[in-house]
Design a protein around this ligand. Structure first.
Ligand code: OOG
Ligand code: MG
Length: 272
């Protein structure tokens, strides 16, 4: 039997919006934010577009989701991007690596890189009502990490719904080769130094992340529960940038040093 006309057109509109983002990425051609043409795109609709976009990306790259990321969990990021609410997205196996090395930026639109803390959990955690205490009990390892973001929107200009649909600007990720066992209650006090080409760009402590990375992870568990999902065990979870991002062009080298966690150094490379 034929689909209800309205069902068909809603699904069709979703596919068309996902294709806009995917085409922008493939052609390195930024687009106008989706909400300019679909002003009623809401949070639920945006996370649905995100899931569909990630499915298409994973299929195109014969890869799968290997982790999760939080975004806009620091005051610095929220102020710069003009969106005052945390967001989450997905990390693909084909788009990152462990340890120091080169990150391929040649196929990106306007890459920026930001310092992060990553964790893995020892057991899955399902919301709702998850507290920072619950998160602390579940954390296994902690890593220094970085994320290359590359909004598919012109000039990184977007609303909350737009950036969610764009898988939260996710492009590339890198996580330290070795995780450390750190008291979860120390995360907020860890001091981070983020350098670009030998100059300190920013410093921050873990408290920059919603007061404590444990708060950000609790938010994530509870938000995932709204969408029928859980925090997975063993997967990488980026807790959101500690500071603003910096432009990351071919030849740039950035280094992140975090108390107790060590150093991570990457450079932008034109080769893929
Ligand atoms: C959105 C993604 C933000 C973070 O760590 O705060 C993010 C953006 O800034 O384009 O990943
Ligand atoms: Mg990030």
């Amino acid at each position: 039997m034929a689909e209800q006309p309205w069902t068909g057109s809603a699904a069709q509109q979703r596919s068309e919006l996902v294709q806009r983002l995917r085409t922008a990425e493939r052609n390195q051609q930024p687009i106008e934010r989706l909400t300019a043409s679909v002003p009623d795109l809401d949070e639920v609709g945006a996370y649905r577009l995100q899931a569909q976009l990630v499915e298409v990306q994973a299929a195109d790259e014969s890869t799968s989701v290997i982790g999760l990321k939080l975004g806009l969990t620091s005051e610095a990021k929220q102020a710069t991007m003009g969106v005052h609410e945390p967001i989450y997205g997905w990390l693909l196996g084909s788009r990152g690596h462990r340890g120091d090395g080169a990150l391929p930026v040649a196929r990106l639109i306007h890459p920026r890189i930001e310092p992060e803390v990553a964790v893995t959990l020892r057991a899955p955690l399902r919301g709702s009502g998850v507290t920072p205490d619950d998160i602390a009990e579940h954390i296994d390892l902690v890593f220094p990490a970085m994320e290359v973001i590359d909004s598919r929107y012109a000039n990184f200009r977007f609303t909350h719904a737009d950036v969610v649909a764009d898988n939260t600007s996710a492009a590339l990720w890198v996580v330290g080769a070795e995780g450390k066992k750190v008291s979860p209650w120390r995360l907020r006090d860890l001091h981070a130094t983020f350098e670009k080409n030998g100059q300190v760009a920013y410093t921050a402590t873990g408290a920059a992340i919603l007061g404590d990375p444990l708060n950000a992870l609790a938010w994530l568990a509870n938000k995932l529960a709204e969408h029928g999902a859980e925090l997975p065990a063993g997967q990488i979870i980026l807790t959101g940038a500690l500071t603003d991002a910096v432009p990351f062009a071919n030849g740039d080298e950035v280094r992140l040093t975090i108390d107790d966690l060590g150093t991570l150094t990457v450079r932008a490379s034109a080769t893929t």
